[in-house]
Design a protein around this ligand. Sequence first.
Ligand SMILES: Cc1cc2nc3c(=O)[nH]c(=O)nc-3n(C[C@H](O)[C@H](O)[C@H](O)COP(=O)(O)O)c2cc1C
Length: 222
Amino acid sequence: MCVVYINITHITHMNITEALNWRYATKVFDTSKELAQAHIDTILEAGRLAPTSYGLQPFRIIQVADKELRAQMKGISYGQGQVTDAGTLFVVAIRTDINDAYIDEYIARIAETREISIEALEGYADMMKNTVGARSQEDKNAWSAKQSYIALGTMIAAASELQIDTCPMEGFDTKELDTLLGLQEMKLQSVAYLAVGYRSQDDTTAQYKKVRLAQDDFVIVK
Ligand SMILES: Cc1cc2nc3c(=O)[nH]c(=O)nc-3n(C[C@H](O)[C@H](O)[C@H](O)COP(=O)(O)O)c2cc1C
């Protein structure tokens, strides 16, 4: 089989530290610049490939393309311009049905993918049902949100590597958003946005120096 790699990046390569220094939580996006579908796909793939506890992926990503919907979302997101102006907007939403049926579906997927029997996975299924599945709904939601933020971070890092700007956002009314997008019926509950696009030249916050703890204060060596 012949594999052809097409270089779709428009930039010179940055190493991961340079890319993470280059990135910032973008406040003003350039509305005239569109994202390539291949780049959107790469960022989504980074989220899909992120690790999760047991591999359960207890969250989904909703891509909101509809401009009218995004205008409505801005109204419940403290008027933050990124909601309408970013090239695309992802909503990270946890699954609210992490129960035995959800776990069994996952087990069936493992069995099919790895060509092993469901019976061979019974112990694993029971362990998940007795740990994650047995928690209170509130605990499950908190656990699912933790998993989803790893994917959020992975997507941000992947975007920065492509020199694509992002803004992770929690500044919105999750209940109102869930109603607007009909998430409850889909057994979903929103936790965060990821606005993705290209920074506007007018975004002066791009010039702000990063404020971070010194590595010696951040890392505790024992
Ligand atoms: C979970 C989360 C929620 C955030 N919510 C918002 C938000 O609603 N609006 C916003 O402009 N920035 C938001 N931020 C961006 C942070 O303020 C920003 O990442 C932080 O100040 C560090 O700056 P830097 O990312 O530019 O390095 C959020 C970041 C995270 C990780």
